[in-house]
Design a protein. Sequence first.
Length: 178
Amino acid sequence: MSNIGKICYKSGDGRPACKAGGSAPVFKADAGSWTKISFAWGSDGKDLDICAYWDGANSMKVGYNHNTATSEQTSGPYHIFYSGDERGTDTTEWVRIKMSPWSGAVRTFKVHFNFYGYVSSTYPANTCAVVATQENGPSRVLVSVPCSTRHGQAAATSDPGVKLTFSADGTLQSMEVI
């Protein structure tokens, strides 16, 4: 079986490449672009909080009561931007993520959800919608994603959420409920 045209990694710098032929020639491959993950809820929910992180850099969590910086954060190959905490109803929070390079590291990203503003009589929501879109790539949508309803508490890794998985070239492969 030939490896011509298949993704490989350029020796020395770990960047994605494709074998063009012969024993050594390679040409650069398009690595996965930034992925934006949005979390939306309706007027029946108030103040959805997130706990979002790369599995390979789980100390670099973002969300309310975690790192709330809205500027780019990096840890090794992992990059993340956070929209900041949105506390109202009918609103959206988001994270933008990518790895560079995509080789040699864990390529899964997790987001956990809790309705900080949950009140059964006025804000009874216990689900949200999650949309992941990748520049020049695929999109994934999940509706009715389960969320915890612990009033007055930040989202934690024990809460329900979603897991995104990326291929070795950085393409968004899947998004599933966890």
